[in-house]
Design a protein around this ligand. Sequence first.
Ligand SMILES: NC(=O)c1ccc[n+]([C@@H]2O[C@H](COP(=O)([O-])OP(=O)(O)OC[C@H]3O[C@@H](n4cnc5c(N)ncnc54)[C@H](OP(=O)(O)O)[C@@H]3O)[C@@H](O)[C@H]2O)c1
Length: 328
Amino acid sequence: MVRTIEIRQTGGPEVMQIVDRPVGEPGPGEVRIRHHAIGVNFVDVYFRTGLYPSKLPSGLGAEGAGVVEAVGSGVTHLTVGDRVVYAGGLQGSYSEARVMPALTVCRLPGAITFETGAAMMLKGLTAQYLLKRCPPAEGLHAGDFVLLHAAAGGVGLIMCQWARLLGLQLIGTAGSDAKCELARANGAAHTINYSTEDFAARVKEITGGRGVKVVYDSVGKDTWESSLNCLRPFGLMVSFGSASGPVPPFTPAMLAAKGSIYVTRQTLFTHIATREATQAMADDLCSVVASGDVKIHIAQRHPLADVQQAHRDLEARKTTGCTILTLA
Ligand SMILES: NC(=O)c1ccc[n+]([C@@H]2O[C@H](COP(=O)([O-])OP(=O)(O)OC[C@H]3O[C@@H](n4cnc5c(N)ncnc54)[C@H](OP(=O)(O)O)[C@@H]3O)[C@@H](O)[C@H]2O)c1
């Protein structure tokens, strides 16, 4: 039996309850992992509230690090005792141990701790694909301006550092002056406190009236309209989250009116649909983390049993960087 977080209905943080469940043996293509640390992500909130559907009762969580305890038939890239890390698979990382598909499970290099691994995988692979696997029509080059919302968050601080490494001029927005300072300390070339400033006007100023090549928008409803006004002609709007609520419907004619812009809605889960792609992206991430070029800021740690508080803080915009759940 292992302690695991379960939801029997969707709703507020209180629907997450700790229960004892048998963990079982891995079937074909699966592994059993004993967790050492677990990542908390905003996407977990979407599953908890029901914005993203799941079959109930359900586990929760899509990121973790630990040790392989058992390997099912057909799994060739992992063996018992491997230190591993993963993002994706089925919901259920909020647990002491679990069985899951091996497809997105990768070996964790010795230079990276379990805690860092658990914090970096889902958010870091997201930064990897945003910067490297969804380029704008004219390509993304050193010196280009890009705009990123929630720049002091989990994905945000990784994006700030990685964008700087690529020579991009990242303009980061955040909800307080302290968060803006943190984003700048992590590589944002410019920051805007979007609680007090008109960010579209400030982006125009910073870019000399031209606008940015790409907007990375995970805030959704509250930032959508102004974000579109930040793009230069043929620019790319990458919508990848809805922290403030879903994006309202729009018509193709709007894309013409804003300067023949492109819009895409991306999800990590398409990018990590194959073992080869997952491994290549993970290798890229592990290399920038192991070298120290991208540091993973774990600003919040909670024991597994305190997961409700971890969600409350995340939703109340009280967090910066990454949040992990620890296992005593
Ligand atoms: N599509 C994908 O592949 C993918 C993968 C991973 C993450 N994501 C998305 O990327 C975003 C960041 O994820 P994360 O786990 O790193 O979370 P996070 O950025 O650490 O936390 C969310 C941040 O969003 C900002 N925010 C703005 N309006 C908000 C509102 N009404 N309620 C709550 N937060 C609000 C807050 O920062 P400020 O206070 O600075 O505004 C908050 O700290 C999330 O939207 C997530 O769903 C998407």
